[in-house]
Design a protein around this ligand. Sequence first.
Ligand code: ZN
Length: 259
Amino acid sequence: MNFSRLIFSAFAGLTALAASAFGQSRTIVVDAGHGGFDRGGVPGQRISEKDKTLDVAQRLKRILQAQGYRVVMTRDSDVFIPLGTRCAIANANRGASFVSIHFNCASRVGANGIETYYYRGDSAGLAASIHRNVVSISPSENRGIRRRGFYVLRRTAIPSVLVECGFLTNPTEGRLALSADYRQRLAEQIARGINRQPAASSKPLTASLKSLSLGNDFVKVPPERTYRKRSSKARSHKSSKSKSSKSKKKKSHKKSSED
Ligand code: ZN
């Protein structure tokens, strides 16, 4: 171990120590949304949500571990994990915090922005801290912090937050999500939020994005035969209740998402 590495480790250790001194969790359960047959998003969506959530989650894991946190992943590869299992993993880590990573979608390409969800009051501070940090580096709309009874927020017994890191159906945010640099920055900001750090004030980038071209069929690709069935299953994942209230709720959520 060289000197600079030693200094870095000492700093990272101090960060985690400071976090625990302020009553924050030293174990973070990182939940990459979707996975396996569940791609996430709307039917025909060009950018697969499950890959982007996993990538951000793995980046977040590395950042947090370097800071001295213990990190538990609900998934660390492209596999389907039922929501109940994700919650069970969270609840097996008392004293931890749970951070679920998603990207948004809408049938309207114009819909854009960052939104962060929590359910119980014990999660509101963490949601606010993550939200203000992620919003600070996003060139798009601040859609706010919202209280919603998503399954992984209601059934987890530890502070739990779900962050929607932008709309993959929006050309600007989709391009951002395709950039490894931007996904790294998302992970860094989520980590800053977990550390309760103040938000950086800059609103940079977009210049480098012009080099990325996705063509015109950003939202829709030709439908696949088995696709619709899988996707309707996938879309039901975040919410919770009985089938009918589930679809009703999802519909109203989607509607509000597109506003
Ligand atoms: Zn999702």
